[in-house]
Design a protein around this ligand. Structure first.
Ligand code: SF4
Length: 209
């Protein structure tokens, strides 16, 4: 088991591996030889290099929206797919406008595409947010396949639910990044619960709460 999140040494980031902990993954030299070969696979090295360049050029200056556009420019991605949650339709529309103002071509698909009732895939009335009314299920596979059909170069997720986003990543052919991670109670700032774990949010995050 690896415990990087709890490591106090961070030898990996200090160019001094002599102090690495006993369970540090860097003891496995052969593993890292194979990992380095992965970066040489088709299309990977350039993708990685441009990611690192965007990180450096915009460090502490560019909002993520700009980082996404700069990365797309560097990669010559012109067709951008936006997979968004209906609850963030306004945000998606603004993002699409920004992309178009920057001369990208955009295809956007909402989570509820297909209008498939939740009951069709085994969900009970009690599983619905509003049990007495029609509720279309989120359809992340539909979002991914529609964007695949449009041959988007790069996809951006805005606010897909936990798990629905995972299915989108699984079925999307184009590489994907996330602009907004949904958090319905923290204004889409999930880190807020972590910052407040030692105070207000602890009672919501312990087992049984
Ligand atoms: S890679 Fe090794 S040194 Fe770096 S955080 Fe993980 S355990 Fe610590």
């Amino acid at each position: 088991m690896f415990t990087c999140a709890e490591c106090r040494v961070l030898a990996c980031d200090k160019n001094d591996q002599s102090k690495k902990p006993a369970n540090c993954p860097m003891h496995d030299v052969e593993f890292y030889r194979k990992v380095k070969n992965k970066y040489q696979e088709d299309g990977v090295l350039g993708f990685f290099q441009e990611s690192a360049r965007v990180e450096k050029e915009g460090y502490g200056q560019w909002p993520r929206t700009k980082e996404i556009m700069q990365f797309c420019r560097k990669m010559n991605y012109r067709e951008i797919g936006v997979a968004f949650c209906g609850g963030l339709k306004k945000e998606a529309a603004i993002f699409v406008k920004i992309l178009k103002d920057n001369e990208f071509s955009v295809t956007s698909v909402v989570c509820k595409n297909g209008g498939i009732p939740k009951e069709e895939f085994g969900l009970e009335i009690s599983d619905k947010i509003n049990p007495d009314s029609f509720e279309a299920m989120c359809n992340p596979i539909g979002q991914a396949l529609l964007l695949n059909r449009e041959k988007t170069d790069f996809n951006v997720v805005i606010g897909l639910c936990v798990g629905h986003d995972s299915l989108f990543f699984k079925y999307s052919q184009a590489p994907t990044t996330v602009l907004i991670a949904k958090d319905r109670v923290l204004a889409h700032n999930p880190a807020g619960a972590l910052y407040c774990y030692e105070s207000y949010y602890k009672k919501h995050l312990l087992p049984g709460t």
